[in-house]
Write a protein that binds this ligand. Structure first.
Ligand code: CO
Length: 363
């Protein structure tokens, strides 16, 4: 029988929420954060939940994004195939020959990105990648009218990977789509369950952002709505513990505990906040790992640059095979991240945040 955490992870990853169409995920987070003193959306759709503690300030923002990679119907061909735009950063070879669900006003329509059969291909062509602009979705329609009128498909309809949550290795690891960044939402939900009501010397503002995968758009607007004194962004980390990926590309591994990004192409963490988390993890005996990435952009960078700037760190759960139909995570890393986050929130009082926000040279 799945326990409460496994049930939440399955529900979050099975939910449809391609970039710009996060409604079903927002509904789950509204329920998860029902104990908040206020629950509202900003003008772009990010969900903002306030949890008062014993003090009104500091105001600590914890954020994770709701959207996942998807596609968007561009047009229907005369013979009923769908041509599409991508939502988020897909590898071309991750798109072809996969099952998808087209989300129409009248429900989900299944389809497949068809792949040309090997039987007709020259030996040279067999080694080539199928480019996304040449791909299409076959929904079984016989014509444009059939797709539009009988199946209800319209240009602009979002498309999500058809890929259901599944425990691996007896439930120590999990396979699912959309760990990026439903795992971050799960960590925040878990940490807030651990925090006793009012048991923190600050106001915690939990934010589920929209449209991260197309340029951190929801983080930008929600950071302006919240105006945090300090923030922790929770994201999918990059595991580099499988064949063909090297420690020079990424350094996290499954089972190594939560991670902190020391560098990605969008952000450097606040140094004092980085050390605060590292010291606390040491004190609690929690494993913590680091990642120095050359690529990757994440919401923390939009939050740290809002208004006059704020200390931000990106806390991660390592994930294998990001930005594809199926990623793999380890349960103990999620639990470790939630424990660390809950303890951080318990300790961020006014003096501590003032010290973390200071750039006086003496530390
Ligand atoms: Co992400």
């Amino acid at each position: 029988m799945p326990d409460a955490l496994e049930t939440l992870l399955a529900e979050l990853t099975n939910a449809d929420g391609p970039t710009g169409f996060e409604g079903p995920v927002r509904a789950i987070m509204r329920r998860e954060w029902a104990a908040a003193s206020s629950l509202e959306t900003d003008g772009l759709g990010s969900l903002i939940a306030r949890f008062p503690g014993t003090q009104e300030r500091p105001r600590v923002m914890v954020a994770a994004h709701m959207d996942e990679l998807g596609l968007l119907v561009r047009r229907i061909t005369d013979d009923g195939y769908l041509k599409f735009e991508t939502l988020g950063g897909w590898l071309d070879q991750a798109i072809v020959n996969q099952r998808w669900r087209v989300l129409t006003r009248s429900g989900a329509v299944p389809g497949v990105t068809g792949i040309k059969t090997v039987h007709v291909m020259t030996p040279e062509a067999r080694g080539q990648v199928f480019k996304k602009q040449d791909l299409f979705i076959d929904v079984g329609a016989t014509s444009r009218e059939d797709a539009a009128e009988r199946l209800g498909i319209r240009p602009g309809d979002p498309v999500v990977p058809d890929s259901l949550f599944q425990p691996l290795a007896g439930g120590t690891r999990y396979l699912a789509k959309a760990w990026d960044d439903r795992v971050g939402l799960a960590v925040i939900a878990l940490a807030l369950r651990e925090l006793d009501a009012g048991g923190h010397p600050n106001e915690v503002v939990a934010v589920a952002t929209v449209q991260e995968e197309v340029g951190l758009r929801g983080a930008q607007t929600s950071a302006h709505a919240v105006q945090p004194d300090l923030a922790i962004n929770v994201e999918s980390g990059v595991a580099a513990d499988y064949p063909g990926i090297s420690q020079d590309e990424a350094q996290e591994r499954l089972g190594g505990g939560p991670g902190i990004f020391l560098h990605d192409s969008s952000m450097l963490p606040n140094l004092r906040l980085r050390d605060f988390l590292a010291d606390l993890a040491g004190e609690l005996g929690l494993a913590l790992q680091y990642n120095v990435l050359s690529g990757y952009g994440q919401d923390g960078s939009a939050i740290q640059r809002a208004f006059a700037g704020a200390p931000v760190v990106n806390l991660t759960v390592p994930v294998r095979y990001l930005h594809s139909h199926t990623g793999v995570v380890q349960r103990s890393d999620i639990e470790g991240a939630a424990r660390l986050l809950a303890e951080v929130l318990r300790r961020l009082d006014a003096d501590t945040v003032a010290r973390l926000r200071s750039f006086d040279d003496e530390r």
